[in-house]
Design a protein around this ligand. Structure first.
Ligand code: ACM
Length: 528
């Protein structure tokens, strides 16, 4: 009799647990270790958070401000007066790495432990998502008891935004930073200069913005749009409060058209299709000019990196063949062709960056420029040249993977879409983003710092289209960057995404509804 009751209890208990065990916590990106336990945590209306004990007042303000940006959460977080429902503990011996955390949910509390403040922040993000997306019982949010032990797969989890082609402004950038933080993305690469517009104030060269800031990809006469240094400082602070590093890109020696409009004396000319595309590598004054610019940039951005582009110089370096300054440089430095001139230029600018106390970041064109591998990082973007990733790793560079397919978010995400890019018919649907990287990497995996999605904006003229191209691929990319191969599981992700989409909806984000592709009309863009 007792045995029967005992067996029945075990059976019932296992059913109760299995519904929880088989499900996943509604967290994106999916944590890398979760053990469900019996019991549940029933939420009060206000969730007090215990920051004081851990001396984390800055973190508490940041977090509460951050969460306040998500509408309709139905939860009030406050600093605790009595016993906190969420307890934070900074503990060097927690066994968690800086960005990792443990989150323990018991019937009476949620406890978050990490060895770093970023880890505590990510633990709070997980707790916040659980609370935002929790099921309700009797009008109260209920969470399953569990132990989450989590840390990211990659240290570099990036998003790049091109604001030269189209300018979106501070409020949109802040919203993107909020969503990055909600997805535990930690690097915001800001592409601030290119052909149509120069978007960062440089005090020594004001015409860069007053003249170089005029125009965009679809209207060369659009009024000047740019960020003042004060605006930039505001964005950097906003990002840093969310544990996001902002990396500036000042593209050179190509993609320099906007700068050359403002200061034509440093132009190296262009081609018929890409006029005034390059800086002039044959003039000593060019190096001083660009170093002065980078000096202001280095003082403004706390990031250890400055990205100097280095891509697609061949689009418009033809006039170097006849420019007397470049010809003299080639003779003096024994440079045999224009690629060697380009590499010489990159080495000179890398020296300036090192002298400013920063490291160099550049697109994969700079692999063979002869840079110091310890102080330079390569972004591999040409997916049609996979050997470049291997080349960079074998040369001992650290690399970030952001191949066009599938990580360029200006590419289409559905076959029916018309305005985005495709590459020989290939585009970037969400499952392909989610499953990246598919191939194992030859060579030393430790050289891969992480992955990044790039939002180029030729075809993205407004916020509506920016949303459409970003969401929900951002959620998929975040899981690819954070969750281990063994953790990832696409069907489960789709289920969790349904919850996340409710948040997009509350926030009026014009996301692409890939569950129902006909429902969301593709906003028109511009062809590249
Ligand atoms: C690039 O897409 N030109 C880096």
């Amino acid at each position: 009799m007792y045995l029967k009751i005992f067996t029945a209890l075990i059976f019932l208990f296992s059913i109760a647990c299995s519904t929880v065990v088989d499900s996943e916590l509604p967290i994106i990106p999916k944590p890398n270790g979760t053990n469900f336990k019996p019991g549940k945590f029933v939420c009060a209306e206000e969730i007090p958070i215990g920051f004081e004990d851990a001396g984390l007042n800055g973190l508490s303000d940041n977090f509460i401000n951050f969460l306040g940006n998500f509408p309709g959460a139905g939860i009030t977080f406050g600093k605790s007066k009595g016993i906190p429902a969420i307890q934070l503990k900074l503990d060097e011996n927690s066994g968690c790495e800086e960005e990792g955390y443990m989150l323990e949910i018991t019937p009476s509390k949620m406890a978050i432990t990490s060895s770093g403040e970023s880890g505590l922040f990510y633990g709070l993000i997980s707790a916040a998502q659980l609370l935002l997306f929790a099921e309700e019982e009797d009008g109260k949010k209920v969470l399953p008891c569990c132990m989450v032990k989590d840390q990211p797969r990659y240290g570099w989890r990036g998003l790049m935004l091109d604001e030269s082609r189209h300018f979106f402004g501070k409020e949109k950038v802040k919203q993107l930073l909020d969503y990055m933080a909600l997805h535990k993305l930690n690097k915001f690469h800001w592409h601030l200069t290119d052909v149509p517009g120069w978007r960062i104030e440089i005090k020594q060269y004001p015409r860069l913005t007053t003249i170089g800031g005029i125009g965009n990809h679809h209207n060369p006469n659009a009024e000047a749009k740019f960020y003042t240094q004060q605006d930039i400082a505001e964005i950097i602070k906003y990002a840093s409060d969310r544990f996001i590093e902002v990396i500036p890109e000042i593209d050179m020696p190509g993609h320099a058209t906007a700068a050359n409009k403002a200061y034509p004396e440093f132009s190296g000319g262009g081609s018929e299709k890409h006029p005034d595309f390059t800086f002039n590598p044959g003039k000593e004054g060019t190096y001083q000019y660009l170093t002065n610019i980078l000096k202001e940039v280095s003082l403004l951005f706390p990031s250890e990196y400055i990205h100097i582009g280095g891509d697609e110089v061949h689009f418009g370096n033809q006039q170097w063949n006849t420019d007397p300054n470049v010809q003299e440089l080639m003779k003096d430095e024994n440079l045999e062709n224009l690629v060697e001139v380009e590499h010489y230029f990159v080495r000179r600018m890398a020296d300036s960056i090192t002298a400013l106390g920063k490291k160099v970041m550049g697109w994969d064109e700079i692999i063979k420029a002869g840079l110091d591998t310890a102080s330079s990082v390569i972004m591999w973007w040409r997916h049609d040249k996979p050997h470049l990733l291997d080349d960079a790793i074998s040369a001992r560079f650290n690399v970030i993977m952001c191949p066009r397919v599938p990580l360029y978010f200006d590419f289409d995400q559905h076959e029916s879409h018309e305005w985005g890019r495709k590459w020989g018919g290939a585009y970037c649907p969400i499952d392909m983003v989610y499953n990246f990287p598919v191939d194992t990497i030859d060579g030393d995996n430790n050289k891969v710092m992480g992955i990044q999605a790039n939002l180029w904006s030729e075809s993205i003229k407004d916020n509506k289209r920016l949303d459409f191209m970003t969401f929900p691929r951002l959620s998929a990319m975040a899981e690819a960057a954070w969750s281990n191969e063994e953790t990832k599981e696409y069907q489960g992700f789709m289920e969790r995404l349904k919850e996340m989409i409710k948040l997009y909806q509350k926030d009026n984000i014009y996301y692409f509804d890939f569950f129902n592709p006909e429902k969301t009309k593709e906003p028109a863009g511009f062809k590249k």
